[in-house]
Design a protein around this ligand. Structure first.
Ligand code: ZN
Length: 137
């Protein structure tokens, strides 16, 4: 039996369910596996068991916001290499890069632009995966 092909997995950290649902639908339509979290604390719990290729991160969230999440992410060596794209109406590209994010997409965004970001950074995350399992992309 041939090994299952790698399926890109994106973790969407976003407390606005309407936004999260539309992002999830757009990415699922492109064959991505999508996981959602309401805030940074829930996302960290999920990262203990799954390894996404890419994280899409909102900044303004209850409990643990995007800035706090980036701080937590950086102290976990296993997590810190997962590319993070901040998707928010707040912040700047320079600001989010200074806390370790790969890039910044300002809300409101166009879905083709989101898919372009995801395609680019998801592949980057896959190439960084340890163990060297055969990449299909
Ligand atoms: Zn992938």
């Amino acid at each position: 039996m041939p090994p299952a092909p790698h399926q890109h997995c994106v973790l969407v950290i976003e407390d606005d369910h309407a936004t999260r649902d539309s992002v999830t639908q757009a990415l699922a339509g492109e064959d991505f596996r999508v996981l959602g979290s309401d805030d940074g604390a829930d996302a960290l719990a999920k990262l203990a068991t799954i390894q996404p290729c890419l994280i899409l991160l909102d900044l303004m969230m209850p409990r643990m916001d995007g800035w706090q999440f980036m701080e937590e992410l950086r102290v976990h060596p296993g997590f810190s290499r997962i590319p993070v794209v901040v998707v928010s109406a707040y912040g700047t590209r320079e600001g989010v890069r200074s806390v370790g994010a790969a890039d910044y997409l300002r809300k409101p965004f166009e879905f083709p632009v989101l898919l372009d970001f995801v395609g680019r950074y998801c592949r980057l995350g896959c190439e960084l995966e340890p163990g060297g399992s055969k990449k299909t992309h």
